[in-house]
Write a new protein. Sequence first.
Length: 163
Amino acid sequence: MRDIQTTLIGNATGDPTEHKHDNGTVTAKVRIAVTGRYYNASVQDFADRKTEFITVFARRQLARNLLTSVRKGQPLIVTGRLSTSEWTGTDDIPRHSLNIQAEAIGHDLTYGTTIYTRPLRVEDVPEHDPQTGEVMENGETGDSEDDPLSTEASNDDTLAPAF
């Protein structure tokens, strides 16, 4: 059986939400609104179709990037596997939703610009002093006699770490 692969263009209706699972994986979801337009020949003008709301699910690194990159109202392009969900609400009314398991999500550059930033890998994060946040050179311990935070000051509970 084949999946329904599709691409949608719409606007985020809210900020993405994060869901952490017991096994440590992260998923995120965001809803997008899609309003189609068509040319209405009887009035010689364009008109909007009914707005459809689709829930977009993302996993793993795509979920983490979605959480840091997308905010409410931003225009998005989403590609992935289309599905539906059906359930009965608390008011005993049958309900349904359109869902996409996203394979890729991006900003629609028709309406603005964006700056692409590749996330750092764990091994690319430099060693830093937990007290000051200062980046340390290889082999440097952060404990020097000239360092005011090294001995007595580092034992002072009133100092907050600078992350």
